[in-house]
Design a binder for this molecule. Structure first.
Ligand code: NAG
Ligand code: NAG
Ligand code: NAG
Ligand code: NAG
Ligand code: NAG
Length: 627
């Protein structure tokens, strides 16, 4: 007799089972690191880790507003040291970055992106920075961890399977009502996970850490916090200082990607006097995120990118794009018709596939839309491959599509075996409760909304994007039963005083530099423009490309130069309003391997980041993140 049910999950032993990726798979050749070997400390104490990195476990109060509450959070921090020693005249200090999510792990991101980022910001011989990131609360190696399933993989997979079996929210009121019930049960489980969940707020993640290391408290801080900070700053710390401003309060140098732009916008609006340099790349509309039904402003350009994919495919022809046919007489619209017919058929008749491995997978139209949506994050690597896979699928070979769907982790496979084994690594991205804890607590309370309200919400999402709308509507759904409310919320205004390069208390040292691709599937250009308009002196530099986030999606010498100049001088280059990229998604004469990022820096870091994009395209990912 087998010890568990017939209906089990071939992947429950692998990290993909619960839609995350283990650390060993994130950066080939890097040995895992045992974070337990570091004793958490109140001071920032770095230890060697992951070969060339430094790691620290920083202890901070869980509740900063209650001095008698002695509970702590332990933040996992990681740094890629600068290429020069700290006392070198060209040392430019720390640049923090956040990879988005919500729920994204900075540790995970650092191991794959750190070198490329350092190459992007450095000016060889002139400026060299250390790159720092961290796992925000409830995420990755930071404690307390969020886990609504108390470590049970079977329970977690049952939840995933049941949600999936219920189908997309576009299936009608019954589907919505049942989804709300699933989320209700999930919410009840989460409420048993401990009230630390109520503290998984962004405020603690970025702002605190910087203040931790600072000496002077910021004017915006409450009395309680000021006392706490004074106490803490009395201890010896190595302050992170902007290179040019010794003697002043420490100021943050930061790059935020995607959801990380929300962190940056909150930080600047709450602590403008702590802003040194701020780059926000792949910009979210912070009002849409924090108030109202929420998450309605993200996908306004998504369908246009999909259209551009089809038009580009038709123009490139069958040699380059497998979906095009010599026999097509109407180019793009012929391709479109084939795809639409295929998806409609799949909606009506989902296909069961038995893989050689024994895994049974059911592929639905919604799965294929998800795969398409994910490809739009990385057109450079993804478009040609997407065309090939879709073509093979439409032509009747369903195997590869099933493998991709399985790989998404949104769908555990059915298999009559029970390979649940040791899972030794924490799951670093895409864990649903890490995401909910942030999304639900920062946004408006939607726990009293009924089925008709959600039906309208789903319809609005789908009318904004036919490709990604149904999927996007699920992000806020768990908030229908999220029982934690924050002790304290910041709802704006999201603005800053005039920047003052001569360093004036309470003013940013530089205007915020916003970056956006011309077409971004989840953080549209218009959001960047709207956010920039609220911060004096801020500007948007547009990268003439498609994909999610400028720096992360395509190599561009021009963007790199603007970024490195900005970090050095605090000035947004006036002569640059748009930047071209080195390669387009259908180019055959240009490969990323020879499109060197920079004239003067070893481009290996960029090449390895962009090459690794290919294998990441169809992994489960954070909706507003670069991984
Ligand atoms: C502050 O923390 C203490 C100790 O955990 C707790 O008893 C008290 O209720 C808290 N006060 C508030 C206002 O949350
Ligand atoms: C979590 O699981 C452990 C056993 O693994 C059990 O002792 C504990 O009671 C569970 N906690 C909750 C809240 O269910
Ligand atoms: C179907 O696709 C898979 C994976 O791409 C490939 O290995 C297999 O040979 C294909 N089968 C046929 C009949 O073309
Ligand atoms: C547990 O993990 C270790 C190390 O990855 C592996 O060698 C071992 O086979 C695993 N145990 C089982 C039962 O899979
Ligand atoms: C880049 O590589 C491609 C093939 O990978 C080659 O065809 C092309 O000529 C190269 N371009 C340059 C500028 O070296």
């Amino acid at each position: 007799m087998r010890p568990c049910f017939l209906l089990l999950l071939s992947r429950c032993c692998s990290s993909l089972a619960f839609t995350g990726v283990g650390i060993s798979s994130l950066a080939a050749g890097i040995d895992p690191f045992d974070w337990d070997t570091i004793t958490p400390s109140d001071d920032l104490e770095y230890h060697d880790c992951y070969e060339q990195y430094k790691c620290a476990r920083l202890q901070v109060p869980l509740d900063w507003l209650n001095e008698t509450d002695t509970r702590v959070a332990t933040i996992a921090m990681i740094k890629l040291p600068a290429l020069v020693p700290d006392d070198d005249p060209t040392f430019g200090g720390s640049i923090f970055f956040n990879p988005g999510g919500p729920g994204g792990s900075g540790v995970y991101a650092m191991l794959s992106l750190g070198h490329y980022l350092r190459t992007t910001v450095d000016k060889p011989g002139r400026r060299h920075y250390e790159i720092v990131s961290f796992d925000p609360r409830g995420i990755g190696y930071t404690l307390p961890a969020s886990d609504c399933f108390n470590g049970s993989l079977v329970s977690r997979d049952a939840f995933i399977l049941e949600s999936r079996g219920n189908g997309p929210l576009t299936n009608g009121d019954h589907s919505i009502a049942y989804s709300l019930a699933i989320m209700g049960a999930f919410g009840q489980r989460c409420s048993r996970a401990g009230d630390a969940m109520a503290f998984l707020r962004k405020r603690d993640a970025a702002a605190r850490k910087q203040n931790e290391k600072g000496r002077a408290p910021e004017v915006q801080d409450s009395e309680d916090e000021r006392d706490e900070l004074k106490k803490r700053s009395a201890r010896k710390r190595r302050p992170v200082e902007l290179h040019d401003e010794p003697g002043d309060v420490p100021r943050l140098q930061y790059i935020g990607f995607s959801y990380g732009t929300i962190l940056g916008n909150y930080f600047a609006s709450m602590f403008p006097g702590r802003v040194g340099r701020l780059i926000l790349d792949g910009v979210c509309d912070v009002e849409d995120y924090s108030t109202g039904p929420g998450w309605l402003a993200n996908t306004v350009d998504t369908d246009e990118i999909f259209d551009t994919f089809i038009e580009g495919c038709a123009a490139a022809g069958p040699e380059v794009c497998a979906l095009a046919r010599e026999s097509d007489t109407h180019g793009a619209s012929d391709i479109r018709c084939r795809l639409d017919r295929f998806l409609l058929d799949l909606d009506q008749r989902p296909k069961p596939v038995l893989l050689d491995s024994g895994d049974a997978v059911i592929v639905t139209g919604e799965d294929v839309r998800s795969l398409i949506g994910l490809t739009l994050y990385s057109p450079l690597k993804g478009f040609k491959i997407l065309a090939k896979e879709l073509d093979s699928f439409i032509s009747g070979n369903i195997t590869k599509m099933a493998v991709l769907v399985l790989g998404l982790g949104a769908m555990p496979a059915m298999k009559d075996a029970c390979p649940i084994t040791n899972v030794t690594e924490p799951q670093l991205i895409g864990k649903i409760e890490s995401q909910n804890a942030v999304v639900c607590i920062d946004g408006d309370d939607v726990t009293d909304k009924d089925v008709p309200w959600w039906r309208k919400y789903v319809n609005r999402q789908v009318s904004t994007s036919s490709v990604f709308g149904a999927e996007w509507a699920t992000i806020r759904l768990p908030c229908s039963s999220w029982r934690f409310r924050p002790k304290w919320q910041f709802k704006g205004p999201f603005t800053t005083p005039e920047p003052d390069p001569s360093i004036k208390s309470g003013h940013p040292a530089a205007p915020i530099l916003f970056l956006s691709n011309r077409l971004d599937p989840v953080t549209p250009l218009r959001a960047a423009q709207a956010m920039a308009a609220q911060h004096p002196g801020a500007r948007v530099i547009i990268q003439e490309a498609m994909g999610h986030c400028a720096i992360a999606s395509a190599p561009s010498r021009c963007t790199k130069r603007a970024v490195a100049d900005y970090f050095e001088s605090g000035v947004i280059p006036l002569d640059v309003s748009a930047c071209s990229i080195e390669c387009g998604p259908w180019d055959t004469s240009c490969s990323l391997d020879n499109a060197t990022m920079t004239d003067d820096v070893d481009s290996q870091a960029a090449v390895s980041w962009f090459s690794s994009r290919e294998e990441r395209i169809w992994r489960k990912r954070s909706p507003l993140g670069i991984l």
